[in-house]
Design a protein around this ligand. Structure first.
Ligand code: HEM
Length: 396
């Protein structure tokens, strides 16, 4: 590691410059101090090389999830606040991680995901038809933002009309996380909402994930209420903003790169490779860990309690692992990106996310094969733990 502390002290995941072009910072850190440090938001360390991020994410004994996974280390947060912001399995360590993760995986298998595809397609068709009728639209606000929240809502068996409330809570928890009071309020409201839903499923079980959680047994015992509430809240927090960002980035890319858009329309068999390249190039998710003990990583002295960020997006731009890593290559061959993380916490919803991206893009491109940015300066991005476009006005 080179550079003085003050030279390294210069990333802010919510900062305007970082949100606009994080790759520039990663390239500099990779050369100067592969484990960067910042004092923002309670302080954190940030490895940016693929091998370092992989090693840190796999070392679940040193870098734990149970002491907070937010990019922000909130001073004086009580344990319950920290845990409820990152319910199981994302916010817990083995052995609890193992069984709480297994509870969710059943609803996320390729077969289960296939059963959600028809509903997702109808939803996409409905949303894109409205944009076509209007003759213009915002690919993020009118389309990407509206999809995953409704898909997750259907999985949980909650009414579609609650979608806007979910979006508000998810944004307060992730995008506006540095507003600590707003975040706490959103977490409280989300938990209260889920408590009512869980009580309802106990009386009227259906075939949704909440009903599964209230009826299933683990080693002969029912699943504790706080685990059910944590898993339900996590599905919403983990499944909405992430996928909405990835769909929004896909459409942003196609609107701003006409040669890729034309090629994808002409060669639809490239869609899977395109999706993987979007996930690599525009990776949305950075997750936090907490050092369980004093340690050293990449030559840096990390103290017990320090926050360490798993910057999967930075790893995905490492030139030692990806040729022309800062170039978007629509038909990139080998693409072992870390957009879904690595190790025991690897995304439980990756099958669902890929299906949503594929169906969203198929339906958009059928309805609107020709489109471009209405005004490139009107595009806005959200930063923090999940980076993605929030407004992408397009004309066609
Ligand atoms: C493109 C969309 C998505 C991306 C990029 C993404 C990314 C990630 C990443 C990087 C992690 C690892 C976190 C860590 O290491 O601490 C993760 C975990 C997780 N994701 Fe996703 N995710 C996406 C969509 C979804 C969806 C749709 C769901 C389900 C509804 C979901 C559910 C989860 C869950 C439950 C975990 C925790 C797994 C565990 O701790 O064992 N994600 N996701």
């Amino acid at each position: 590691m080179t550079g003085t502390a003050s030279e390294r002290n210069d990333y802010d995941l919510f900062g305007e410059a970082y949100v606009a072009d994080p790759a520039q910072s990663w390239a500099r850190f990779r050369d100067e101090c592969p484990v960067a440090h910042s004092t923002e938001y309670g302080g954190s360390w940030m490895p940016v090389r693929y091998d370092d991020v992989t090693a840190a994410a796999r070392d679940v004994e040193t870098f734990v999830s149970s002491k907070g996974v937010s990019v922000l280390k909130i001073a004086n947060a009580s344990d319950s606040e920290v845990v409820s912001a990152g319910g199981p399995p994302i916010g817990v360590d083995p052995p609890m991680h193992t069984w709480t993760r297994r509870l969710l995986l059943a609803g996320m298998s390729p077969k289960s995901v296939q059963s959600y595809e028809v509903g997702t397609r109808e939803l996409c068709q409905r949303l894109v038809a409205k944009i076509v009728d209007r003759g213009h639209g915002d690919a993020a606000v009118d389309y990407a933002q509206r999809l995953p929240v409704r898909v997750i809502g259907a999985l949980l068996g909650v009414p579609e009309q609650d979608s806007d409330r979910f979006v508000t809570w998810v944004r307060q928890i992730l995008e506006f996380a540095h507003n600590v009071d707003g975040r706490k309020k959103a977490i409280g409201e989300l938990n209260d909402y889920m408590r009512v839903q869980v009580a309802d499923r106990r009386l009227n079980p259906g075939d949704d994930i909440l009903s599964h959680l209230v009826t299933v047994e683990v080693e002969g015992e029912p699943v504790p209420e706080d685990v059910i509430l944590g898993e339900a809240a996590l599905l919403l927090v983990a499944g909405v903003d992430t996928t909405w960002s990835a769909i929004g980035s896909s459409l942003y890319h196609l609107a701003s790169h006409p040669e890729d858009r034309r090629r994808l329309v002409a060669e639809p068999e490239l869609l899977d490779a395109f999706i993987e390249e979007v996930l690599r190039f525009y990776s949305p998710v950075t997750m936090g860990r907490t050092a369980a003990t004093d340690t050293e990583f990449g030559g840096c002295p990390i103290a017990e309690g320090d926050r360490v960020l798993m910057n999967f997006p930075a790893a995905n731009r490492d030139p030692d692992h990806f040729e022309d890593s800062d170039t978007f290559i629509i038909d990139r061959g080998r693409n072992r990106h870390l957009a879904f993380g690595v190790g025991i916490h690897r995304c439980a919803g990756s099958n669902l996310a890929r299906m949503e991206m594929r169906v969203a893009l198929e339906e958009w491109l059928i309805a609107i094969p020709e489109f471009e940015l209405a005004d490139p300066s009107a595009v806005t991005w959200a930063g923090g733990q999940v980076r993605g476009p929030r407004s992408v006005p397009v004309t066609f």
